[in-house]
Write a new protein. Sequence first.
Length: 95
Amino acid sequence: MPRHFSNRCYKINHWYKNPWAKCIKVDINKTETLSKYYAQNPFDGIINCAAYTAVDEAEENEAFATSINGDSLNTIAQACREQQIPLVHISTEYV
């Protein structure tokens, strides 16, 4: 789902030029990065599809997988709370 959504978002943002959707790249493990981006580019909410889904690698790199699948969601939620905007989180069965 996240890869499909990301591809669709790319198509919306770059091919169809739809103004209601925009995919961005920010460090989702740092609240200040999200807050700074929001201050420069206010938006109405966040749809988070980030996930570390390489199961075998996640077992070997547990700290990084936990950072992406757990800690970053807390960071995003905190940033949304600060900005009083909604968060939609889409997860996978691999998490």
